[in-house]
Design a protein around this ligand. Structure first.
Ligand code: AMP
Length: 283
């Protein structure tokens, strides 16, 4: 039996009733149009608690004015099928009026982590994410929440927020799930034409190239980035938003690869802004 709850009050009452029965709750927040990446997070959450809650909500406050809010893909029927197969016990499916009433005025913001990587080109994004995740945590009241490492900066921000605001919730990061050719799965891959889909593999291939160069002993970040840029621009329909190597804890840029380093990149391929990342260990 999978319950579908559309109001905050119903979701909170559902969770409160489970807690009174002594049940624990795992939670996977999403924007829907589920793929194997989302399912992998449900599979991580399932054995960790008695109940498994999925939320599907395309959060308007994390999209900038010229972003793809109105075009964001949706297939609720398929999402509910996948949720059922993954053993979800409740789906929280609010609409935007339910989440943000007419006089809504509170936002959660972080001082440092949102200033880097995607935060530079998406200045309102992480405030929107931190705010909606705070709301979802208060509505679902989970013991455990699972987020994908595909959105590395988002995961870092949620971990920081949970620590700073004393949420009693364990945060777990799930590995990036990829297509056979290496493209990180994303709902936004649905926008790609067949030609653009061929080019989209450039992100994961550029990361592989970087790893090879680091293994050969190249340590200069400007040199490594130049090589990745040239490689990505050799594919059609690509426009680089950023390629950065940074400290995986602070997200501050580094100039040389000395310790464990995060490589993160965002590339516009046709209408899709695609992201990918990996941790690099110099040997
Ligand atoms: P979204 O629906 O895109 O907001 O993503 C919901 C959750 O799924 C986030 O925690 C994402 O990081 C995670 N996610 C999205 N794509 C993947 C993927 N390819 N592998 C693992 N997790 C993912």
């Amino acid at each position: 039996m999978m319950d579908i709850l559309k109001t905050k009050a119903d979701m909170q009452a559902w969770s409160a009733a489970k807690k009174r029965e002594g049940k624990t709750i795992s939670f996977v927040p999403t924007m829907g149009y589920l793929h194997k990446g989302h399912v992998s997070l449900l599979e991580i959450g399932k054995p960790l608690s008695d109940e498994l809650v999925l939320s599907i909500f395309v959060n308007p406050t994390q999209f900038g004015p010229n972003e793809d809010l109105d075009a964001y893909p949706s297939n609720i029927r398929n999402d509910l099928d996948l949720a059922q197969q993954a053993g979800v016990t409740a789906v929280f499916l609010p609409d935007k009026n339910e989440m943000y009433g007419p006089n809504y005025q509170t936002r959660v913001s972080l001082d440092h982590l949102p200033q880097y990587l995607c935060g530079r080109s998406r200045p309102v994004h992480f405030g929107g994410v931190a705010t909606v995740v705070t709301k979802l945590f208060n509505i679902v009241m989970p013991d455990v929440a699972v987020f994908g490492k595909k959105d590395f900066q988002q995961l870092a921000i949620i971990r920081q927020m949970v620590k700073d605001l004393d949420f009693n919730i364990q945060i777990i990061g799930g590995e990036i799930i990829r297509e056979e050719d290496g493209l990180a799965m994303s709902s936004r891959n649905a926008y790609l034409t067949p030609e653009q889909r061929t080019s989209a593999v450039c992100l994961s291939k550029a990361i592989r190239l970087l790893k090879q160069s680091v293994a050969k002993g190249i340590r200069s970040v400007p040199d490594l980035v130049r090589e990745m840029e040239a490689f990505i621009l050799s594919f059609e329909h690509t426009r680089i938003d950023y390629i950065e190597l940074c400290n995986p804890r602070t997200l501050e840029p580094v100039e040389t690869v000395q310790a464990e380093t995060l490589v993160a990149l965002a590339v516009q391929v046709g209408k899709s802004r695609l992201i990918d990342n990996a941790l690099i260990e110099p040997t």
